[in-house]
Design a protein around this ligand. Sequence first.
Ligand SMILES: N[C@@H](CCC(=O)N[C@@H](CS)C(=O)NCC(=O)O)C(=O)O
Length: 223
Amino acid sequence: MALKLWGRPTSARTQKAILALAELGMDYELILASGTMGTGGHVSKGHAPYGVVDTDAYRAMNPNGTVPTIDDDGFVLWESNAIVAYLGMAYDPALFYGNDTRTFASASRWMAWENNQLIPPMHELVMQLVRLPEAERDAAITDAANQKLIGEFKIVEAQLGRTDYIAGDRWTMGDIPLAINLHRWHLFDMPGPEMPNLARYYAQVKARPAFEAIADPAMHLSG
Ligand SMILES: N[C@@H](CCC(=O)N[C@@H](CS)C(=O)NCC(=O)O)C(=O)O
């Protein structure tokens, strides 16, 4: 039975699962689910959401009512970074972390960092730039979120001066969340300082065949 993934293609966290599955070359069934977005766009603009997340059956799997959630042959899991780590450990530990405990720990550290440091300002940006109705947008909030993001990307820039990828000199699962956030930020075309290591890294992660699964600008700019 193919793995089931509940989520929406415009969700950066759902995209982590999509990119991980593409890296693994796995087939899966995507079930559209969301309380905030649907085919037309965001609920703040009056569009109907995909739904599903408020049903009893979904809440029994994921009491948060958020996406993504997976069901892999009866094993249900939510939390996007846990999903990425699970898929790697279950299906290709060599690819995802060199089958090495310290590489796993280092990649996990950058995934937790992404959840804590990158996602909050990135969420602010996506709301201000694409999801909210124009009348509800605030240039000062956009600018503050971009400045916060630049500060975080400078930490990545310094790390990438020491290593080719975020958790060492080889690609790991730690590059999955970072690549998605970086791609989204480039598509937003926000002002920022020159960060040559980050630019080099963005070209590297974009060149991976699996990147195609999350490359479509519509997955990042639709609101
Ligand atoms: N920490 C959770 C957060 C999950 C989360 O907030 N997901 C967002 C999408 S990126 C969501 O469900 N938004 C509301 C919705 O689409 O209904 C994770 O990483 O999976």
